[in-house]
Design a protein around this ligand. Structure first.
Ligand SMILES: Nc1ncnc2c1ncn2[C@@H]1O[C@H](COP(=O)(O)OP(=O)(O)O)[C@@H](O)[C@H]1O
Ligand SMILES: [Mg+2]
Length: 394
């Protein structure tokens, strides 16, 4: 296992999580479609890439994995999906036809820069009556798969990110609903041969709750992925050490796990990387210090940036106020104290602030920022808490 930072772990770099994989396989075998929920960096992408790899070992099964982050519209989504179907060797004839149609749509709307008006985009003269929209062309592909003899697993990574982008476009909210609706129909119509896994670094559940769209995903089986247990983290550090010629003692491994506070593979990799780089005598405390130096804070910046991307401006401001306060209290604070932080503005209305606090605390826990225990709220990751402290200059 190499000490790789940032990209998903594949092949020998993947530390096996047999229980989580077995559970996912069981659900899929029971014909469930899955919504994989976990905070960022817990290892969702790595886990599902492995799931796909294992799925493909059965010659009757095919798996496609697509990351839709940064793909601006429904057409790009469709293109990527069909490309991956083709790569998996599914029904080349119909896929070639679909790709031809997509490029006609692109030409028809003038290429780059012009927005696709949703799944209902008309194919104009290029199409026959049965396949008159983008959505319908894609459906013909699904129908073909359903009539074929391969079991196909489709994993869609970062769908919430695509929905957030889409929502900001013209007619955004309508298009988001149409896309979710369309995906739901596909799941319900093509049930025998097609299984779905949705994952993403902001929960699809947060997103649909905000938008009150739960009914469009309530057929999905929610699967929660946790960070490593202490035993897994210990084994992870042992393997990492042994395969990088820097074997850690049991005490050192324990100290690392205690100091990170929340054993994400990503954070363990970061600490280990500091240890590898250390020129003087090895010290866990020094590795943590070094990781929190100003030039390294970038490792954690996405946690801050997410807040602005994901929340409305007033919610983002409140999240930052909550986190800015809690990073100063390693032992956590009671809800009343957190409420007082938000009430500090002279114009604050207690009922509204209570409602907002309840909502934000749920999202911040779900997304891995906070943990509630015995009525107190604390940062879940000690590393992230220290980071926040330093970023705030407090
Ligand atoms: N099972 C694992 N084995 C080794 N490294 C892992 C594992 N899971 C996650 N990681 C590491 O953690 C980081 C985040 O993993 P990723 O799968 O991208 O998480 P997510 O998709 O939840 O954000 C990556 O750098 C990856 O190398
Ligand atoms: Mg991911």
């Amino acid at each position: 296992m190499r000490n790789i930072i940032g990209s998903p772990a594949e092949g020998d770099d993947f530390f096996n999580r047999p229980k989580a994989l077995a559970k996912l396989r069981r659900e899929l075998d029971n014909l469930a479609n899955i919504l994989l929920v976990a905070p960022r960096r817990v290892g969702k992408t790595s886990l599902v890439l492995r799931l796909c790899e294992e799925w493909r070992t059965d010659p009757k099964r095919k798996a496609v994995f697509i990351n839709v982050e940064g793909r601006g519209d429904e057409l790009a989504f469709a293109e990527k999906l069909v490309e991956e179907f083709a790569r998996a060797g599914l029904h080349p004839e119909i896929l070639t036809r679909a790709m031809g149609v997509f490029s006609k749509i692109r030409q028809g709307i003038g290429g780059k820069g012009i927005k696709v008006p949703g799944l209902e985009v008309s194919l104009g003269e290029a199409a026959d009556a049965d396949h008159s929209t983008l959505g319908k062309v894609l459906e013909s592909v699904f129908r073909k798969i359903e009539d074929g003899d391969s079991q196909v697993l489709i994993a869609i990574d970062e769908l919430p990110e695509l929905l957030l982008t889409l929502q900001k476009e013209d007619d955004g909210p309508k298009r988001v609903i149409a896309l979710l609706h369309w995906l739901r129909e596909l799941r319900q119509t093509y049930r025998k041969k097609i299984r779905w896994v949705f994952l993403g670094s902001i929960g699809l559940d947060n997103f649909v709750e905000e938008q009150r769209l739960q009914k469009l995903i309530n057929d999905l089986q929610v699967f929660t992925l946790e960070a490593f247990s202490a035993e897994e983290a210990d084994a992870f550090l042992r393997v990492l050490g042994d395969s990088n010629k820097l074997s850690l003692t049991a005490d050192e491994r324990e100290e690392i796990i205690r100091l990170v506070g929340w054993p994400l593979a990503y954070h363990l990799h970061l600490v280990f990387h500091e240890l590898l780089d250390m020129e003087s005598e090895r010290s866990i405390a020094k590795a943590f210090d070094s990781l929190l130096k100003p030039e390294k804070l970038g490792y954690f910046d996405t946690w801050r940036e997410r807040i602005d991307a994901q929340f409305s401006a007033p919610d983002a401001a409140s999240c930052k106020a909550i986190l800015g306060d809690l990073c100063k209290h390693p032992a956590g604070r009671e809800r009343g104290h957190v409420l007082a932080v938000l009430m500090a503005k002279p114009t604050a209305d207690v009922d509204k602030v209570e409602e907002q606090l309840a909502r934000l605390l749920i999202v911040l826990q779900r997304d891995g920022y906070l943990l509630e225990s015995g009525g107190r709220y604390t940062f879940r990751s000690f590393l992230l808490r220290e980071y926040w402290h330093r970023r705030n200059g407090s």
